[in-house]
Every structure is written in structure tokens, then in C-alpha cells.
Design a protein. Structure first.
Length: 234
């Protein structure tokens, strides 16, 4: 199967197995999560799912969910009140102990806010995202308030981490996130402990959020190249 077909089947499985009528759900961001959004819309249209309220994790997801007619709420609305039943999202890397790297689409802040406040966090990936350890492969996105650029750069250098400021297409200069910040893509010289590094980076003044998702226990659905789907959790 092609990579796109794998993204679609794993996202469909997440919706079909984990989303129930009447639930509040978190909709992730990216080329895999978008298939989950489309599946929710399909089930709402057919009547298979009813009374769903969704919280989106990026402007991109919001626009797609609006286009498909999925009822949306903010995380602060009275009927969501800072909590969803299930969140479905993609990931850039999944380690053997189910620590994640996310934020390839620069939506890490809202993705984490929703995932860490979900009863179930379901991650949908194809098997190319599985790695033994994190920190040295996919660069870990760190969202930084622009005024703190030099401060955060100094602190990361003192941790012997290499980084680049993410540059976009269709605009000169840095990618600006949905929150008006910039992204440092950070690589470490050796693999890191996800929970420790997640806390440490967020302790740097000027860091808005980082792309380690290690302080949450996800259910990871992995699409294998033959189309089989494996469920990983601890
Ligand atoms: O974290 C994300 C966006 O900020 C995405 O979930 C992650 O980058 C995976 O995306 P894709 O499914 O397109 O590979």
C-alpha cells in the first residue's frame, strides 16, 4: 500500500474504534490526522455518529473541519470545559517506550493542550515513524516567543543541542505559528530521556512549548506496509 493509503486506513481505524456518539473529541493536525477528520464528517453525515463536539488543534484543522460541517467548540466553551473524551493525532516519531515527537506542522502547542486533556489520546502513524529512541532523528520542534530568540538559543547551545529556525514557504523568513511564535528545530547529539527533556526545555523562559510528548500515555495505532494495524499501549 502507498503511504497515503496507510495514513487513511490507520486514521479510519482510530475513528471507527475509539469515537462514540455524544463524545467531545480533539482533532489533530497533519496529513494523517486529516483522514480522521474526514472519517468523523462521513460518519456524522451518514448518522453513524451523532452529537459530536470537536476541538481543533490548528487553523488548518479548523478550516477543514468547518468545511466538512463538524460542530466545533473552543477548549474554553462551557460544553467542553477544558476536557475531551478522545483526541486523535499524528506524530513525527514514536519511540519504543511510546514517547513521541510532534510538531512537524508547527501545531504542537494546541496539539499538546488537547492531547494532555483527553481521556484517551490515540496516535495514528505508519510504521516508518517507529524509532528506538528520540532526540537525534526527527528534529524536535520548540516553539519560542520571538522576543526570547537569543535567550533560548543560548540555553540550547549550553545543552550542546544544534538547532535551526524553521523557515516557511510562501513567505520570506521564519514560520510563524498559530500563536505568533517561531519554531526552533532542535537536534541532540545523543538520544534523550523524553520526560526529563520535555520538562527541562519548558523550564527555559521564552519557550512556549516543545514537541516532546512524553508525559502522556498514548494508544498508538501503527499501519504496517501490508495494511495490518497494530495497537501499542502500556
Ligand atoms: O505534529 C504534527 C503537526 O504539528 C503532526 O501530527 C505530525 O507532524 C505528523 O504529521 P503527518 O501525519 O503529516 O506525518
Amino acid at each position: 500500500m502507498t503511504k497515503d493509503e496507510l495514513k487513511k486506513i490507520v486514521a479510519y481505524e482510530a475513528v471507527d474504534k475509539f469515537v462514540k456518539s455524544g463524545q467531545k473529541i480533539g482533532l489533530g493536525t497533519g496529513s494523517t490526522a486529516i483522514w480522521a477528520i474526514r472519517r468523523v464528517a462521513e460518519h456524522l453525515k451518514s448518522g453513524k455518529l451523532k452529537n459530536i463536539l470537536a476541538v481543533t488543534t490548528s487553523l488548518e484543522t479548523e478550516i477543514e473541519a468547518e468545511r466538512l460541517g463538524i460542530p466545533l467548540r473552543s477548549l474554553n466553551s462551557n460544553d467542553i470545559n477544558g476536557h475531551v473524551d478522545v483526541a486523535i493525532d499524528g506524530a513525527d516519531e514514536v519511540s519504543s517506550c511510546l514517547s513521541l515527537v510532534k510538531g512537524g506542522g508547527a501545531a504542537l502547542f494546541m496539539e499538546k493542550l488537547v492531547a494532555y486533556n483527553a481521556d484517551k489520546f490515540v496516535v495514528v502513524v505508519d510504521e516508518s515513524k517507529l524509532v528506538p529512541s528520540i532526540g537525534t532523528g526527527f528534529p524536535v520542534p520548540v516553539e519560542v516567543v520571538p522576543v526570547a530568540r537569543a535567550v533560548v538559543a543560548r540555553r540550547l547551545k549550553s545543552m550542546r543541542a544544534d538547532f535551526t529556525i524553521r523557515v516557511g514557504t510562501g513567505k520570506c523568513g521564519p514560520v510563524i505559528t498559530d500563536n505568533g511564535n517561531i519554531i526552533f528545530d532542535v537536534l541532540f547529539k545523543t538520544p534523550v530521556d523524553g520526560p526529563d527533556m520535555e520538562r527541562l526545555i519548558n523550564s527555559i523562559p521564552g519557550v512556549y512549548e516543545n514537541g516532546f510528548f512524553s508525559l502522556v500515555r498514548p494508544i498508538v495505532l501503527v499501519a504496517k506496509s501490508d495494511g495490518a494495524i497494530e495497537h501499542l499501549s502500556d
